[in-house]
Write a protein that binds this ligand. Structure first.
Ligand SMILES: C[S@@+](CC[C@H](N)C(=O)[O-])C[C@H]1O[C@@H](n2cnc3c(N)ncnc32)[C@H](O)[C@@H]1O
Length: 373
């Protein structure tokens, strides 16, 4: 387990990645801890802590991360350093925060995601001193300008070890920003999502191709692995009868979007009592987890439009982990269907796991693989 010299903590990524690929802290974490008041952990709120490095430096802080893997990393790292494990807040439910005096934010990838988070911070901790940081190359000037225009006080110290830090106070304008729920409609289905949910305002071209290859399914146990806004699970539910469709994603916002979209499209979900008129309909069961960690059922089908980015890095390890979990969780005659950009090198990995891997699409950009054990 690598030691973070700045804080003398033993930290690991979850899932584990080699040290040369990624470390569980970065110089933006160090910059945040250098500028923030580290004597008030229980009056601190941390957002988007990728592997729990900030939490372990400020144990007892309130914390929220969208990613299940980030939460698992924080829990593992807190235990490894004999610290109290974090209790994660649920998104949008920050009402339990009463005495927060400072907020530490690892800047998310999209500006509208940050805007939504600042709206929540401004609503629940309006007087907090807010520190934001990230690697300078990922922070556009337009974002700095937007923060400067909207915050009452704005300080931008110099870049340190390629990390950019910003300090803002006075968040009234962020509190009045509109909740940015966006969506689209396709074939009579309506799909919405908060910022951060994959392809929330347009149908992903991979998903569009994938939907053309869905088989007719009845009474099967199916999983939409990496469900995003639920487009695949909801399309499958509408086209099938009597199926249980487990939709799972690493992102809490994606699971919230899938649940809301299933209801919006008049489908039965796990937290809704089935009424008689709908008993023959397929039902959607939404879960937060890493690959298939939240799924114990044996599956007839897994449908997967896998991610090939982790934060700002392009990686195939998450997809490969999904394929291997799918192989374990499928019944003997179960099927994995995958859609992927043609340039992605999945054929070899799939052939190592599955006895038969067929290409069933003739699309120029996307392969659809049909894999049987
Ligand atoms: C390419 S998107 C597909 C979303 C949706 N199924 C669609 O077709 O539009 C991949 C999804 O995988 C999710 N994801 C990323 N890492 C994951 C992991 N380790 N376990 C489960 N889901 C993950 C992302 O949050 C994202 O929603």
């Amino acid at each position: 387990m690598p030691e973070w010299p700045a804080e003398k903590l033993q930290l690991a990524c979850f899932p584990d990645v080699p040290d040369h690929v990624s470390l569980p802290w970065d110089s933006a974490d160090e910059y945040l801890l250098r500028e923030a008041d580290t004597t008030i952990p229980t009056a601190t709120l941390i957002l988007n802590d990728r592997h729990g490095a900030l939490y372990c430096a400020l144990p007892g802080a309130a914390t929220w991360s969208d990613s299940f893997c980030a939460r698992q990393a924080a829990q593992n790292n807190a235990r490894a350093n004999d610290l109290r494990p974090p209790d994660f807040l649920n998104y949008g439910d920050f009402s339990s925060l009463t005495n927060i005096r400072q907020v530490l934010i690892q800047i998310p990838k999209q500006k509208d995601q940050l805007a939504d988070q600042l709206r929540l911070v401004a609503t629940h901790c309006p007087d907090a001193n807010v520190f934001l940081a990230g690697m300078a190359k990922h922070i556009p000037i337009s974002l700095l300008n937007w923060l400067e225009v909207n915050a009452d006080e704005y300080t931008q110290p110099r870049i340190v070890k390629k990390a950019r830090l910003l300090n803002i106070r006075g968040l009234t304008k962020f509190a009045s920003m509109e909740r940015s729920l966006r969506g689209y409609t396709v074939d009579g289905l309506t799909l919405n999502g908060l910022p951060g949910v994959f392809s929330r305002d347009h149908l992903d071209p991979g998903a569009e191709v994938f939907r053309q290859y869905f088989p007719d399914l009845h009474g099967k146990v199916i999983c939409d692995l990496g469900c995003g806004n639920g487009i695949l699970a909801i399309s499958l539910a509408k086209a099938s009868t009597g199926c249980t469709i487990i939709a799972t994603d690493d992102s809490e916002l994606a699971t919230l979007a899938t649940k809301a979209n299933a209801k919006l499209n008049d489908l039965v979900t796990n937290d809704l009592v089935t009424n008689n008129s709908k008993t023959n309909n397929s039902k959607i069961d939404v879960r937060h987890g890493n690959a298939l960690s939240a799924v114990t059922e044996k599956l007839d089908y897994v449908f997967c439009n896998p991610p090939f980015h982790d934060g700002n890095k392009q990686l195939t390890n998450i997809a490969l982990n999904m394929f291997s979990d799918a192989h374990k969780q499928l019944k003997g005659d179960g099927v994995l269907l995958v859609v992927a950009n043609r340039h992605l090198p999945y054929t070899t990995a799939l052939k190592k796991l599955f006895r038969r891997v067929r290409l069933i699409s003739d699309d120029k950009r996307f392969n659809v693989y049909y894999c049987t054990k």
